[in-house]
Design a protein around this ligand. Structure first.
Ligand code: ZN
Ligand code: ZN
Length: 208
C-alpha cells in the first residue's frame, strides 16, 4: 500500500432528501422523512459501523463554523456513498438511491404512484446556516456598520441607548438637569410675578 502525503480535503456530510432537497441532520432522520413524506422505504446502514477512511478526504463531524471545513458533501442515508453538494448532487443522489437501494414504494399516494422519485428542486434546502469563520464574522460586522449609511442611521439610537446606562455619567447628567429645572422653575416664577404685576398695572391703568 502506498501512503501519499497528498492534500486531503476537509469535508462535512449533510443528509438531504433526494426528492425535496430538505437537509436533515442524520441519516436515520432522512430515511424517516423519505418514508413519511414521500412514501418510500429505505434500509438504514448497518448499526455500529463507522464510515471507512478515505485517502482523499478528512471528515469533519459537527462543524461549528463554515471555516471548519472546505466542502459540503451530500451523503446517501443508506450507505457510505457521497458526492460534492453542488447543483448536480440531488440528481446523483437520486440516481444512486433508485439504482442501488431500490426504495420500496409503501405509500403510492405520496409519490403519485411512483412517478415522483427524482429531485423536485435543483439544490439542497438547508434549515440552518453555519456562521462563517470567527475572524471573518467580526470584520464583516464592523465593515457593514461603517459602510451602510442607512443602517448606521437606524442603528445609532440603539448605540445611544446602550451608551447611557453608564451609571456615573448618568448621575452627573441628572444633577445638571435637576439644577437646570430648578433654575427654569425659578425663572418661570419670576416671570409669572412680573407678568402678573404688569397686567395688574395695565388693567389698573385701563380700568382707570
Ligand atoms: Zn423530502
Ligand atoms: Zn447508498
Amino acid at each position: 500500500m502506498v501512503y501519499s502525503k497528498e492534500y486531503k480535503q476537509k469535508i462535512t456530510f449533510e443528509y438531504p432528501c433526494y426528492i425535496c432537497g430538505s437537509v436533515l441532520s442524520k441519516a436515520r432522520q432522512t430515511i424517516n422523512h423519505i418514508e413519511n413524506t414521500h412514501g418510500y422505504r429505505l434500509n438504514g446502514r448497518l448499526v455500529g459501523r463507522r464510515r471507512p477512511e478515505d485517502p482523499n478526504y478528512v471528515y469533519i463531524n459537527e462543524p461549528k463554523t463554515r471555516s471548519d471545513f472546505e466542502a459540503y458533501h451530500c451523503s446517501c442515508p443508506s450507505c457510505w456513498y457521497h458526492c460534492p453538494c453542488d447543483e448536480d448532487a440531488l440528481t446523483s443522489l437520486a440516481n444512486h438511491v433508485n439504482k442501488t437501494h431500490k426504495p420500496q414504494n409503501v405509500d403510492p399516494a405520496k409519490n403519485e404512484n411512483g412517478t415522483i422519485k427524482h429531485p423536485q428542486v435543483s439544490y439542497v434546502v438547508r434549515s440552518k446556516i453555519l456562521p462563517p469563520g470567527d475572524d471573518d464574522q467580526e470584520t464583516d460586522e464592523l465593515e457593514s456598520e461603517d459602510e451602510d449609511e442607512e443602517k448606521t442611521k437606524k442603528k445609532s439610537p440603539k448605540t445611544k441607548a446602550k451608551a447611557q446606562p453608564k451609571s456615573k455619567k448618568k448621575d452627573t447628567n441628572q444633577l445638571g438637569i435637576n439644577d437646570l429645572y430648578q433654575r427654569i422653575a425659578d425663572l418661570t416664577e419670576m416671570f409669572k410675578t412680573l407678568m402678573n404685576s404688569n397686567s395688574n398695572m395695565n388693567s389698573n391703568k385701563q380700568q382707570d
